[in-house]
Design a protein around this ligand. Sequence first.
Ligand SMILES: C=C(O[C@H]1C=CC=C(C(=O)O)[C@@H]1O)C(=O)O
Ligand SMILES: [Mg+2]
Length: 481
Amino acid sequence: MKDSSYGAVIGGIFLVTIQHTELKEGIQKAIAKAKNLEKPVLVSEVQKVDQVEPLNVFTAGHQDYFGERFFWKGSSDEIFIIGIGICEHIQSDQVTDRFFHVEKQWKNVMEEAVVLNPYGLEGTGPTMFGGFSFDPLKEKTELWSKFSDSIFHIPRFMYSQYDGQSYMTTNIVCTQHDDESLLQKVLNERKQLLSCSSSLQDSANNIISQEEIAPQQWKNAVGQVVNAMKNGDMKKVVLARETRLSYEKPIRIESVLNKLIKNQKNSFIFAFESNGDCFIGASPERLVKKQGKQLFTTCLAGSIKRGLTPDEDEQLGNELLSDQKNLIEHQYVVDMIKRAMEQVSSNVELPNGPVLLKLRDIQHLYTPVTAEAGENSSLLSLIERLHPTPALGGVPREKAVETIRELEALDRGLYGSPLGWLDYKGNGDFAVALRSGLIQQNEASIFAGCGVVKDSDIDSEYQETNIKFRPMLTALGGNKQ
Ligand SMILES: C=C(O[C@H]1C=CC=C(C(=O)O)[C@@H]1O)C(=O)O
Ligand SMILES: [Mg+2]
């Protein structure tokens, strides 16, 4: 067969002329390997492509891959990763050692993989994305039935935009029973995807109801925790709650993403689809990023609203910077992260005190941390060590997580969890999945929590969660308090 090439468009933009000589050879090699080893072998091919609007790629996947897509934007727009379709699932409901199990499965796939990646940039080639639920021991509800406790996907197609360059990765699992016809099948799928429309009609979708779930019960829980702190050794517990919205028609994930991208600067924007449901959000908080040996993590805790005028905003910021309750709430996070990083990495560096991180709806106390990874520190092992930080769990960690498990009415699922991506070179980035919600056709559940310490005032904490609902409420067109 003579090699051919073709051009393709996404939303009227000429995307790329893709040749597939190497892919053909890669598939042949992988099939031979699969026969030899009697197990499936992954082929991953990377092509440089013209830059397109990342959201257009996600939208182009709507028709054939709805429920199997991933969207990721780095917090400073440095990287976009869009996954379309699922080539391989890496998941487990294992409670103990779940990070280790995911790492083992990932290594198992990568061990024999045939990688055709002349660029070798992070976030290109074999990459998995997904996350770990907040607490695998929490009693399950229907809400998160479409997601397992540890859930990662290797996409069929992946568009990555990094450092002003764009790449298209194609992943194929070859088995011992496959033959060369697999190439044509994949090329057809790719051609079909690239020719799909990237604009969807966005017609009005009215809200039928918006309900805060058990606000009084949540306030009681905050009161109970504050009392327990006055008499015991518990120092901080983060308590979260849910608001549920329902709509006339299915919610357009593309349109929610579009609004999050436009409104929520300095945030990780993500959407992770599984079995038709979508976990989506705009989190300002990084759990940990690994780039070569360099590690980046952040302490984010302590909050105040934005001002209506620049003067008021500055005044509120200064108030936050000197507020003892918020400084203590923040310091618990700094102490824990510093200690955890010092155990497994070197050159741990952080400023002496927090600065302000101003987002559209809220301002936070923020301390960035950098370090150099130790020999055996994989990204997943770092996530295991850090999750949950006291920005979502509390101090002491075990006791706080138990308290959340007992007192919180909410099934957190992936809210507050490590969510992100990991490539075959060990690079990756995970956010703490806050300011987020779960979209299930016509319904959305959104989540917000706050750090309760012994000086917490129940009504102020309640107001703080209302502010934290705003990013998702704005994107969903809901009513804000
Ligand atoms: C738990 C949330 O925020 C955390 C992150 C930043 C500030 C927080 C706070 O001030 O309470 C929380 O610890 C949330 O947004 O749902
Ligand atoms: Mg707070």
